[in-house]
Design a protein around this ligand. Structure first.
Ligand code: AMP
Ligand code: MG
Length: 431
């Protein structure tokens, strides 16, 4: 009988590193970059704050009306019955009323108008009876006295208070954050410099899409290099600067040359293919020669061969060649690593419990990331179905999916009806 060597067909292989341990090593080895630049707020979308933002002001700056109505002092009207008030002026948004109010008086006020001195409450115009002839906005109004003190008033600083910590360092700015910064009068922010990521595909079988003459068939044995396109799209969504180093053929010299050039130029280098143990797998071989290997074989599927370590100053990820494995290892390892390097704190992707409607095959000993389609069923429960066959070469299964079904290492399959964990692509796939 032939003595078989370890391979990705094995259910159990003691040398495989658990995913959690690989992630621990990954984060322990990556030092967030410290260089920062200052940018106008209008150009800071998706950038990562390099310093805490503390509010220099109150927002809103003064108490103002949340509605169109009449501003008054609650204490100056009786507790019960009706009250008649004399309207002595108007507070417009941007044009305050500066006069003094006496007992029994009110001020016409519009949304955003500053509360006149001595007023603490706004009665909306729909709850007021105007009495007799009203000249302009002036005249007399009747109101019910069951008015709640402080009603319809936005207090100074109720959105953001002066000296309050508004956005912490490490925050990736989204649209609302940009607006909040503008509302504080902050025109420029200090952000972490953009990460530089170089990537390439490896394989003698690969054909570059941009060299293809439409309508001509590919030579036998060739296939289009899709991984570089997937990778570029994923990186674009992460708002990093990227350098496409093209296709590297399966030989040691080209692999070494490109790995060294890329790592001299970028913070992070990513390759696909050539990380198994075959004769044409030059990435692992050259990586062992020119870099510091941290891990290589993981207890996960797809993605068992995932080389990680450093080459010079750069972090290096040698992703597997199979297109689904590229995406899964990118989402589970490269993406959190890039976020960590960029100083982001919020890097874990969302995991939701769902009821699985499919039987899923799996062997214990490795975490599996299967492609799923999740939805709410008629009862409003989150359910998930498999996309079908799960081969790591079937990139279309990734395209059909809207989540990954993450099945724990010790599980030996899933029965329809079981609870599983899903990672929704919304939030996981960068955008
Ligand atoms: P490898 O790990 O290099 O043996 O590649 C594993 C499988 O993925 C092979 O079937 C390759 O043809 C395929 N593959 C590798 N790189 C790419 C790529 N850039 N685009 C599409 N398929 C690829
Ligand atoms: Mg290959």
């Amino acid at each position: 009988m032939i003595e078989k060597q370890a391979s990705c067909e094995d259910d159990q292989e003691p040398a495989l590193l658990p995913v959690a341990e690989a992630r621990r090593r990954l984060f322990a080895s990556l030092k967030p970059i410290e260089d920062s630049i200052e940018l106008p707020v209008s150009e800071a979308l998706y950038r990562v704050l390099a310093a805490d933002i503390v509010s220099p002001v109150n927002v809103p700056p003064q108490a103002n009306s949340a509605m169109d109505g009449y501003a008054l002092n609650r204490a100056s009207i009786p507790k019960h019955g009706e009250a008649s008030l004399q309207v002595i002026g108007t507070a417009w948004a941007g044009q305050p009323f500066t006069g003094e109010l006496a007992e029994g008086q009110a001020v016409r006020i519009f949304t955003g108008g500053i509360m006149p001195a001595g007023c603490d409450t706004v009665v909306i115009q729909e709850h007021v009876r105007r009495v007799g002839e009203v000249s302009g906005e002036l005249g007399t109004i009747d109101i019910d006295s069951d008015v709640v003190a402080g009603k319809n008033v936005r207090q100074a600083g109720e959105d953001v208070a002066e000296a309050q910590m508004v956005l912490p360092r490490g925050r990736q700015l989204h649209a609302a954050d940009i607006g909040v910064l503008a509302s504080l009068g902050i025109a420029r922010v200090r952000v972490v410099r953009t990460l530089k990521v170089a990537f390439f595909s490896t394989g003698d079988e690969l054909f570059a899409l941009d060299e293809h003459v439409p309508g001509t068939p590919l030579a036998p044995g060739k296939l289009f290099d899709s991984n570089r396109y997937t990778m570029a799209a994923l990186l674009r969504g992460l708002h990093v600067d990227f350098i496409d180093m093209g296709i590297v053929r399966d030989n040691e010299d080209d692999t070494r040359r490109v790995l060294l050039a890329a790592s001299a130029d970028a913070d992070v280098v990513i390759s696909s293919g050539g990380v198994s143990a075959g004769d044409a797998d030059f990435v692992t071989r050259v990586f062992h020669e020119v870099g510091q290997v941290s891990f290589w074989k993981l207890a996960m599927r797809p993605g068992r061969p995932l080389a990680y370590g450093t080459i010079g100053q750069a972090a290096f990820f040698g992703l597997p060649g199979n297109p689904v494995a590229v995406m899964v290892t990118f989402l589970e390892f490269v993406q959190p690593a890039l976020k960590h390097l960029a100083g982001m704190h919020d890097i874990d992707s969302l995991m939701l419990p769902a009821r699985c409607l499919s039987n899923l095959r799996k062997s214990p000993g490795r975490v599996e990331y299967q492609r799923g389609i999740m939805r709410l069923d008629e009862q409003g429960e989150l359910v998930v179905e498999s996309t079908g066959k799960q081969g790591a070469g079937r990139l279309s299964s990734m395209s059909a999916a809207n989540c990954l079904i993450v099945i724990a290492s010790e599980a030996d399959g899933v029965q329809a009806g079981d609870r599983v964990q899903v990672q929704p692509f919304h939030g996981l796939l960068p955008g």
